[in-house]
Design a protein around this ligand. Structure first.
Ligand SMILES: Nc1ncnc2c1ncn2[C@@H]1O[C@H](COP(=O)(O)OP(=O)(O)OP(=O)(O)O)[C@@H](O)[C@H]1O
Length: 420
Protein backbone atom coordinates (compact mmCIF):
# COMPACT_ATOMS: atom_id res chain seq x y z
CA UNK A 1 0.00 0.00 0.00
CA UNK A 2 1.20 3.56 -0.68
CA UNK A 3 1.07 6.00 2.15
CA UNK A 4 0.60 9.77 1.82
CA UNK A 5 2.05 10.37 5.28
CA UNK A 6 4.23 8.14 7.40
CA UNK A 7 5.36 8.99 10.90
CA UNK A 8 7.91 6.75 12.53
CA UNK A 9 8.49 7.11 16.27
CA UNK A 10 7.80 10.85 16.41
CA UNK A 11 8.56 12.63 19.69
CA UNK A 12 7.90 16.30 20.42
CA UNK A 13 8.43 18.32 23.56
CA UNK A 14 7.60 21.89 24.55
CA UNK A 15 9.23 24.09 27.13
CA UNK A 16 6.79 25.09 29.84
CA UNK A 17 7.95 28.17 31.73
CA UNK A 18 7.29 27.72 35.45
CA UNK A 19 6.60 31.08 37.06
CA UNK A 20 6.14 34.40 35.44
CA UNK A 21 8.89 36.57 36.89
CA UNK A 22 7.36 39.67 38.39
CA UNK A 23 10.28 42.04 38.92
CA UNK A 24 12.93 43.12 36.50
CA UNK A 25 15.52 41.43 38.67
CA UNK A 26 13.60 38.14 38.66
CA UNK A 27 13.07 38.42 34.95
CA UNK A 28 16.76 38.86 34.46
CA UNK A 29 17.57 35.94 36.80
CA UNK A 30 14.99 33.58 35.28
CA UNK A 31 16.08 34.39 31.79
CA UNK A 32 19.67 33.68 32.54
CA UNK A 33 18.88 30.45 34.36
CA UNK A 34 16.11 29.44 31.92
CA UNK A 35 13.56 28.24 34.49
CA UNK A 36 11.36 25.90 32.55
CA UNK A 37 10.21 22.34 32.45
CA UNK A 38 10.20 20.18 29.39
CA UNK A 39 6.97 18.44 28.63
CA UNK A 40 6.57 15.69 26.06
CA UNK A 41 3.41 16.38 24.08
CA UNK A 42 3.93 13.60 21.56
CA UNK A 43 5.49 10.31 22.54
CA UNK A 44 6.54 7.66 20.07
CA UNK A 45 3.82 8.32 17.50
CA UNK A 46 3.71 5.89 14.58
CA UNK A 47 1.15 6.54 11.83
CA UNK A 48 0.74 5.43 8.26
CA UNK A 49 -2.00 7.22 6.35
CA UNK A 50 -2.97 5.36 3.18
CA UNK A 51 -3.34 7.48 0.04
CA UNK A 52 -6.93 8.50 -0.66
CA UNK A 53 -8.23 7.72 2.83
CA UNK A 54 -9.71 10.05 5.38
CA UNK A 55 -8.30 9.64 8.85
CA UNK A 56 -9.68 11.29 11.99
CA UNK A 57 -7.83 12.27 15.15
CA UNK A 58 -9.85 12.47 18.35
CA UNK A 59 -8.86 13.12 21.94
CA UNK A 60 -9.42 15.44 24.85
CA UNK A 61 -8.22 19.04 24.88
CA UNK A 62 -4.47 19.21 25.08
CA UNK A 63 -3.88 15.58 24.10
CA UNK A 64 -1.58 16.58 21.22
CA UNK A 65 -3.76 16.46 18.06
CA UNK A 66 -2.93 19.95 16.74
CA UNK A 67 0.75 19.45 17.48
CA UNK A 68 0.63 16.26 15.40
CA UNK A 69 -0.96 18.13 12.48
CA UNK A 70 1.59 20.94 12.74
CA UNK A 71 4.37 18.37 12.45
CA UNK A 72 2.70 16.91 9.35
CA UNK A 73 2.71 20.38 7.72
CA UNK A 74 6.29 20.98 8.92
CA UNK A 75 5.22 24.12 10.81
CA UNK A 76 6.89 22.30 13.70
CA UNK A 77 9.90 20.01 13.74
CA UNK A 78 9.80 16.85 15.86
CA UNK A 79 12.56 16.28 18.42
CA UNK A 80 12.99 12.68 17.28
CA UNK A 81 11.55 10.47 14.62
CA UNK A 82 10.99 10.43 10.92
CA UNK A 83 8.26 12.07 8.82
CA UNK A 84 7.64 11.12 5.20
CA UNK A 85 5.07 13.15 3.21
CA UNK A 86 4.22 12.30 -0.40
CA UNK A 87 2.54 15.10 -2.36
CA UNK A 88 1.40 18.69 -1.87
CA UNK A 89 0.03 19.36 1.59
CA UNK A 90 -2.58 22.02 2.19
CA UNK A 91 -3.62 22.71 5.72
CA UNK A 92 -6.55 24.36 7.38
CA UNK A 93 -4.64 24.88 10.60
CA UNK A 94 -3.57 28.44 10.89
CA UNK A 95 -6.14 29.86 8.54
CA UNK A 96 -5.19 33.20 7.10
CA UNK A 97 -1.93 33.32 9.04
CA UNK A 98 -0.12 34.81 6.06
CA UNK A 99 -2.71 37.47 5.12
CA UNK A 100 -1.71 41.09 4.77
CA UNK A 101 -4.34 43.29 6.30
CA UNK A 102 -3.90 46.32 4.02
CA UNK A 103 -4.13 44.30 0.82
CA UNK A 104 -7.42 43.37 -0.77
CA UNK A 105 -8.94 39.92 -0.63
CA UNK A 106 -7.95 39.39 -4.28
CA UNK A 107 -4.31 40.39 -3.67
CA UNK A 108 -4.19 38.11 -0.67
CA UNK A 109 -5.44 35.20 -2.75
CA UNK A 110 -2.48 35.63 -5.11
CA UNK A 111 0.01 35.91 -2.26
CA UNK A 112 -1.43 33.12 -0.14
CA UNK A 113 -1.96 30.61 -2.96
CA UNK A 114 1.62 31.17 -4.16
CA UNK A 115 2.80 29.91 -0.74
CA UNK A 116 1.28 26.55 -1.74
CA UNK A 117 3.52 26.55 -4.82
CA UNK A 118 1.03 27.77 -7.47
CA UNK A 119 2.15 30.09 -10.28
CA UNK A 120 0.29 33.36 -11.02
CA UNK A 121 -1.20 31.75 -14.12
CA UNK A 122 -2.48 28.77 -12.15
CA UNK A 123 -4.00 31.08 -9.54
CA UNK A 124 -5.74 33.19 -12.22
CA UNK A 125 -7.46 30.02 -13.41
CA UNK A 126 -8.97 29.24 -10.01
CA UNK A 127 -9.44 32.70 -8.53
CA UNK A 128 -13.11 32.97 -9.46
CA UNK A 129 -13.84 29.62 -7.83
CA UNK A 130 -12.04 30.77 -4.69
CA UNK A 131 -14.02 34.02 -4.54
CA UNK A 132 -17.30 32.31 -5.29
CA UNK A 133 -16.82 29.61 -2.65
CA UNK A 134 -15.90 32.20 -0.03
CA UNK A 135 -19.12 34.12 -0.84
CA UNK A 136 -17.10 37.35 -0.79
CA UNK A 137 -17.85 38.45 -4.38
CA UNK A 138 -18.89 41.95 -3.29
CA UNK A 139 -16.00 42.44 -0.88
CA UNK A 140 -13.07 40.87 -2.67
CA UNK A 141 -11.55 44.20 -3.68
CA UNK A 142 -11.75 45.66 -0.18
CA UNK A 143 -8.79 45.49 2.20
CA UNK A 144 -8.84 42.38 4.39
CA UNK A 145 -8.72 44.57 7.51
CA UNK A 146 -12.36 45.53 6.81
CA UNK A 147 -13.47 41.88 6.94
CA UNK A 148 -15.28 40.31 9.86
CA UNK A 149 -13.50 37.32 11.42
CA UNK A 150 -15.97 34.97 9.68
CA UNK A 151 -15.25 36.54 6.27
CA UNK A 152 -11.52 36.33 6.90
CA UNK A 153 -11.74 32.64 7.77
CA UNK A 154 -13.95 31.89 4.76
CA UNK A 155 -11.44 33.41 2.39
CA UNK A 156 -8.55 31.52 3.96
CA UNK A 157 -10.54 28.29 3.91
CA UNK A 158 -11.49 28.78 0.30
CA UNK A 159 -7.87 29.31 -0.79
CA UNK A 160 -6.65 26.25 1.12
CA UNK A 161 -9.15 23.92 -0.52
CA UNK A 162 -8.66 25.24 -4.05
CA UNK A 163 -4.92 24.70 -4.35
CA UNK A 164 -5.52 21.10 -5.42
CA UNK A 165 -3.76 19.41 -2.55
CA UNK A 166 -2.78 15.74 -2.42
CA UNK A 167 -3.06 15.82 1.35
CA UNK A 168 -5.48 18.05 3.21
CA UNK A 169 -5.08 18.63 6.95
CA UNK A 170 -8.12 20.03 8.69
CA UNK A 171 -8.29 21.21 12.30
CA UNK A 172 -11.77 21.99 13.62
CA UNK A 173 -13.12 23.51 10.40
CA UNK A 174 -16.53 23.39 11.93
CA UNK A 175 -15.55 26.54 13.79
CA UNK A 176 -15.46 28.39 10.45
CA UNK A 177 -18.42 30.54 9.49
CA UNK A 178 -22.10 29.97 10.09
CA UNK A 179 -23.89 26.65 9.82
CA UNK A 180 -24.70 27.08 6.10
CA UNK A 181 -21.00 27.64 5.35
CA UNK A 182 -20.05 24.68 7.53
CA UNK A 183 -22.37 22.43 5.51
CA UNK A 184 -20.70 23.66 2.35
CA UNK A 185 -17.30 22.79 3.84
CA UNK A 186 -18.46 19.28 4.68
CA UNK A 187 -19.72 18.83 1.09
CA UNK A 188 -16.37 20.02 -0.19
CA UNK A 189 -14.59 17.51 2.03
CA UNK A 190 -16.81 14.75 0.68
CA UNK A 191 -15.89 15.88 -2.83
CA UNK A 192 -12.18 15.71 -1.94
CA UNK A 193 -12.76 12.19 -0.65
CA UNK A 194 -14.37 11.16 -3.88
CA UNK A 195 -11.43 12.37 -5.99
CA UNK A 196 -8.97 10.51 -3.78
CA UNK A 197 -7.37 13.27 -1.68
CA UNK A 198 -5.84 12.01 1.55
CA UNK A 199 -7.44 13.88 4.45
CA UNK A 200 -6.53 14.16 8.10
CA UNK A 201 -9.39 15.56 10.12
CA UNK A 202 -9.30 16.78 13.72
CA UNK A 203 -12.61 17.54 15.33
CA UNK A 204 -14.62 17.24 18.51
CA UNK A 205 -17.71 16.68 16.35
CA UNK A 206 -17.80 12.91 16.68
CA UNK A 207 -20.89 12.56 14.46
CA UNK A 208 -19.08 14.02 11.42
CA UNK A 209 -16.00 12.07 12.39
CA UNK A 210 -17.84 8.76 12.30
CA UNK A 211 -19.66 9.60 9.10
CA UNK A 212 -16.69 10.85 7.11
CA UNK A 213 -13.59 8.99 8.29
CA UNK A 214 -12.28 5.62 7.15
CA UNK A 215 -10.12 5.23 10.22
CA UNK A 216 -9.84 7.04 13.57
CA UNK A 217 -6.87 7.48 15.88
CA UNK A 218 -7.56 8.29 19.52
CA UNK A 219 -4.77 10.40 21.02
CA UNK A 220 -4.58 10.42 24.78
CA UNK A 221 -1.89 12.06 26.90
CA UNK A 222 0.56 12.41 24.00
CA UNK A 223 0.24 8.81 22.82
CA UNK A 224 -1.92 6.85 20.41
CA UNK A 225 -4.31 5.02 22.69
CA UNK A 226 -6.38 3.21 20.05
CA UNK A 227 -6.84 3.18 16.31
CA UNK A 228 -9.22 1.49 13.94
CA UNK A 229 -12.81 1.48 12.79
CA UNK A 230 -14.39 4.91 13.57
CA UNK A 231 -17.52 3.46 15.18
CA UNK A 232 -15.59 1.27 17.67
CA UNK A 233 -12.97 3.87 18.55
CA UNK A 234 -15.56 6.63 19.04
CA UNK A 235 -17.70 4.36 21.21
CA UNK A 236 -14.66 3.53 23.41
CA UNK A 237 -13.71 7.20 23.56
CA UNK A 238 -17.24 8.23 24.62
CA UNK A 239 -17.26 5.57 27.35
CA UNK A 240 -13.93 6.96 28.54
CA UNK A 241 -15.26 10.56 28.51
CA UNK A 242 -18.31 9.48 30.51
CA UNK A 243 -16.16 7.84 33.18
CA UNK A 244 -13.92 10.96 33.38
CA UNK A 245 -16.99 13.14 33.83
CA UNK A 246 -18.36 10.77 36.49
CA UNK A 247 -15.07 11.07 38.39
CA UNK A 248 -15.06 14.86 38.06
CA UNK A 249 -18.59 15.17 39.43
CA UNK A 250 -17.81 12.84 42.35
CA UNK A 251 -14.74 14.93 43.20
CA UNK A 252 -16.75 18.15 43.00
CA UNK A 253 -19.38 16.79 45.36
CA UNK A 254 -16.63 15.80 47.81
CA UNK A 255 -15.13 19.28 47.69
CA UNK A 256 -18.48 21.04 47.98
CA UNK A 257 -19.76 19.07 50.96
CA UNK A 258 -16.34 18.93 52.60
CA UNK A 259 -17.13 15.38 53.61
CA UNK A 260 -15.76 12.01 52.78
CA UNK A 261 -18.31 10.06 50.84
CA UNK A 262 -19.21 6.71 52.34
CA UNK A 263 -18.37 3.39 50.84
CA UNK A 264 -21.08 3.68 48.20
CA UNK A 265 -20.04 7.21 47.35
CA UNK A 266 -23.41 8.42 48.56
CA UNK A 267 -23.89 11.89 49.88
CA UNK A 268 -24.35 12.50 53.58
CA UNK A 269 -25.70 15.95 54.04
CA UNK A 270 -24.11 18.54 56.24
CA UNK A 271 -26.22 19.88 59.03
CA UNK A 272 -25.91 23.49 57.97
CA UNK A 273 -25.33 24.33 54.36
CA UNK A 274 -25.33 28.10 54.55
CA UNK A 275 -27.51 29.77 51.95
CA UNK A 276 -28.33 26.52 50.23
CA UNK A 277 -30.64 25.04 52.77
CA UNK A 278 -33.55 26.33 54.83
CA UNK A 279 -36.69 25.22 56.70
CA UNK A 280 -37.74 24.00 60.14
CA UNK A 281 -36.26 20.50 59.60
CA UNK A 282 -39.43 18.90 60.91
CA UNK A 283 -38.75 16.38 58.15
CA UNK A 284 -35.00 16.44 57.70
CA UNK A 285 -33.43 15.26 54.45
CA UNK A 286 -30.45 13.08 55.37
CA UNK A 287 -29.19 11.78 52.06
CA UNK A 288 -29.77 12.31 48.35
CA UNK A 289 -28.43 10.13 45.55
CA UNK A 290 -29.01 9.55 41.86
CA UNK A 291 -28.97 5.95 40.64
CA UNK A 292 -29.20 4.25 37.29
CA UNK A 293 -31.63 1.45 36.52
CA UNK A 294 -29.27 -1.13 38.04
CA UNK A 295 -29.12 0.65 41.39
CA UNK A 296 -25.58 2.03 40.85
CA UNK A 297 -24.90 5.59 41.93
CA UNK A 298 -24.43 7.71 38.79
CA UNK A 299 -23.95 11.36 37.90
CA UNK A 300 -23.73 10.98 34.14
CA UNK A 301 -26.75 9.65 32.27
CA UNK A 302 -27.45 8.98 28.65
CA UNK A 303 -30.48 10.79 27.23
CA UNK A 304 -33.54 8.58 27.53
CA UNK A 305 -32.14 6.37 30.30
CA UNK A 306 -33.61 5.70 33.74
CA UNK A 307 -32.72 8.05 36.59
CA UNK A 308 -33.75 7.35 40.17
CA UNK A 309 -33.44 10.15 42.70
CA UNK A 310 -33.59 8.74 46.21
CA UNK A 311 -34.28 11.13 49.09
CA UNK A 312 -33.72 9.75 52.60
CA UNK A 313 -35.23 11.55 55.57
CA UNK A 314 -35.82 11.43 59.31
CA UNK A 315 -38.71 12.87 61.26
CA UNK A 316 -37.76 15.30 64.04
CA UNK A 317 -41.25 15.87 65.46
CA UNK A 318 -43.89 13.49 66.85
CA UNK A 319 -46.50 14.27 64.30
CA UNK A 320 -46.50 15.86 60.89
CA UNK A 321 -49.54 17.01 58.99
CA UNK A 322 -49.91 17.35 55.21
CA UNK A 323 -46.29 16.65 54.28
CA UNK A 324 -44.93 16.63 50.74
CA UNK A 325 -41.61 16.03 48.96
CA UNK A 326 -40.59 18.09 45.97
CA UNK A 327 -37.94 17.95 43.24
CA UNK A 328 -36.65 20.63 40.85
CA UNK A 329 -34.36 20.08 37.88
CA UNK A 330 -32.36 23.07 36.69
CA UNK A 331 -30.04 23.64 33.77
CA UNK A 332 -26.54 24.91 34.61
CA UNK A 333 -27.57 28.48 33.63
CA UNK A 334 -30.40 28.37 36.20
CA UNK A 335 -33.33 27.71 33.83
CA UNK A 336 -35.91 25.51 35.51
CA UNK A 337 -36.48 22.40 33.38
CA UNK A 338 -39.06 20.73 35.55
CA UNK A 339 -40.42 20.89 39.05
CA UNK A 340 -43.08 18.92 40.85
CA UNK A 341 -44.00 17.52 44.27
CA UNK A 342 -45.96 14.64 45.73
CA UNK A 343 -48.95 16.93 46.40
CA UNK A 344 -49.18 18.07 42.76
CA UNK A 345 -48.80 14.44 41.67
CA UNK A 346 -51.46 13.35 44.22
CA UNK A 347 -49.19 10.81 45.91
CA UNK A 348 -50.35 9.83 49.39
CA UNK A 349 -47.53 9.86 51.95
CA UNK A 350 -47.08 7.94 55.13
CA UNK A 351 -44.16 9.45 57.01
CA UNK A 352 -42.31 7.15 59.44
CA UNK A 353 -39.61 8.14 61.93
CA UNK A 354 -37.16 7.65 59.06
CA UNK A 355 -37.33 6.37 55.52
CA UNK A 356 -36.81 7.28 51.90
CA UNK A 357 -38.76 8.24 48.84
CA UNK A 358 -37.60 7.74 45.26
CA UNK A 359 -38.43 9.99 42.33
CA UNK A 360 -38.11 7.72 39.31
CA UNK A 361 -37.67 9.12 35.80
CA UNK A 362 -38.18 6.32 33.31
CA UNK A 363 -36.80 8.26 30.40
CA UNK A 364 -34.52 11.20 31.17
CA UNK A 365 -35.41 13.25 28.13
CA UNK A 366 -33.23 16.27 28.73
CA UNK A 367 -30.90 17.33 25.94
CA UNK A 368 -27.16 17.02 26.39
CA UNK A 369 -25.80 19.27 29.12
CA UNK A 370 -25.13 19.94 32.76
CA UNK A 371 -27.98 20.03 35.28
CA UNK A 372 -28.54 20.31 39.01
CA UNK A 373 -31.20 19.25 41.43
CA UNK A 374 -33.13 20.92 44.24
CA UNK A 375 -34.97 18.67 46.71
CA UNK A 376 -37.33 19.59 49.51
CA UNK A 377 -39.64 18.34 52.19
CA UNK A 378 -42.44 20.79 52.90
CA UNK A 379 -46.02 21.32 53.97
CA UNK A 380 -48.51 21.04 51.10
CA UNK A 381 -49.06 24.80 51.40
CA UNK A 382 -45.38 25.29 50.51
CA UNK A 383 -43.94 25.99 53.98
CA UNK A 384 -40.47 24.43 53.85
CA UNK A 385 -39.35 21.78 56.33
CA UNK A 386 -36.07 21.20 54.58
CA UNK A 387 -35.32 22.88 51.25
CA UNK A 388 -31.91 22.26 49.69
CA UNK A 389 -30.79 23.91 46.45
CA UNK A 390 -28.13 22.53 44.10
CA UNK A 391 -27.81 19.40 46.14
CA UNK A 392 -26.53 17.32 43.23
CA UNK A 393 -25.15 17.98 39.80
CA UNK A 394 -25.56 15.56 36.92
CA UNK A 395 -24.81 15.42 33.25
CA UNK A 396 -26.82 14.19 30.31
CA UNK A 397 -25.00 12.86 27.26
CA UNK A 398 -26.57 12.41 23.87
CA UNK A 399 -25.51 11.62 20.32
CA UNK A 400 -28.11 13.95 18.83
CA UNK A 401 -27.64 17.67 18.19
CA UNK A 402 -30.97 18.94 19.44
CA UNK A 403 -31.58 22.44 20.72
CA UNK A 404 -33.57 23.61 23.73
CA UNK A 405 -34.01 21.97 27.12
CA UNK A 406 -35.97 18.76 26.82
CA UNK A 407 -36.88 16.28 24.15
CA UNK A 408 -40.52 16.66 23.12
CA UNK A 409 -41.88 13.41 21.69
CA UNK A 410 -42.85 14.04 18.09
CA UNK A 411 -43.24 12.61 14.61
CA UNK A 412 -42.84 14.10 11.13
CA UNK A 413 -45.62 13.61 8.61
CA UNK A 414 -45.12 14.14 4.87
CA UNK A 415 -47.94 14.53 2.43
CA UNK A 416 -48.16 15.23 -1.28
CA UNK A 417 -49.95 18.38 -2.35
CA UNK A 418 -53.16 17.44 -4.06
CA UNK A 419 -54.39 19.87 -6.71
CA UNK A 420 -57.95 20.91 -6.13
N1 LIG B 1 3.74 26.52 21.89
C1 LIG B 1 3.53 25.75 22.97
N2 LIG B 1 4.32 25.85 24.05
C2 LIG B 1 4.12 25.07 25.14
N3 LIG B 1 3.15 24.13 25.24
C3 LIG B 1 2.32 24.00 24.19
C4 LIG B 1 2.44 24.80 23.01
N4 LIG B 1 1.48 24.43 22.14
C5 LIG B 1 0.77 23.45 22.75
N5 LIG B 1 1.28 23.19 23.98
C6 LIG B 1 0.79 22.17 24.93
O1 LIG B 1 0.91 20.91 24.27
C7 LIG B 1 -0.17 20.07 24.62
C8 LIG B 1 -0.85 19.57 23.35
O2 LIG B 1 -1.49 20.68 22.70
P1 LIG B 1 -2.31 20.52 21.35
O3 LIG B 1 -2.75 21.88 20.93
O4 LIG B 1 -1.53 19.70 20.38
O5 LIG B 1 -3.57 19.67 21.86
P2 LIG B 1 -4.94 19.34 21.12
O6 LIG B 1 -5.16 17.87 21.33
O7 LIG B 1 -4.93 19.84 19.74
O8 LIG B 1 -5.98 20.15 22.00
P3 LIG B 1 -7.40 20.86 21.58
O9 LIG B 1 -8.38 19.76 21.40
O10 LIG B 1 -7.69 21.70 22.77
O11 LIG B 1 -7.14 21.66 20.34
C9 LIG B 1 -1.06 20.87 25.54
O12 LIG B 1 -0.75 20.53 26.87
C10 LIG B 1 -0.66 22.31 25.25
O13 LIG B 1 -0.84 23.09 26.41
Amino acid sequence: MTYAIEMNHIWKKYKIYQDKPSSLKERFLYRSKGVFQEKWVLEDICLALPKGKMVGLIGRNGSGKSTLLKIMTRILQPDHGELIVRGRVSSLLELGAGFHMDFTGRENIYMNASLFGLSRKEISKIINDIIHFSELDNFIDNPVRTYSSGMYMRLAFSIAIHVNPDVLLIDEILAVGDSAFQKKCIHKIEEFKRVGTTIVFVSHDLGSMERLCDEVYWIDQSKIREKGNPRDIIRNYLTFLTSCEEERLKKEIKIETGEQLDINDSLELKQNQEGKRWGSRAIEITKVDTFDEFGDIKHVFHKGSVMNLKISYKLNVDNIEHPAFGVGIFRADGACCYGTNTFIDKIPLEIKSSGSITFRINSLNLIQGQYYLDVASHHIDGTPYDYITKILEFQVNSYEDEAGIAFIPHIWVMEDLIDE
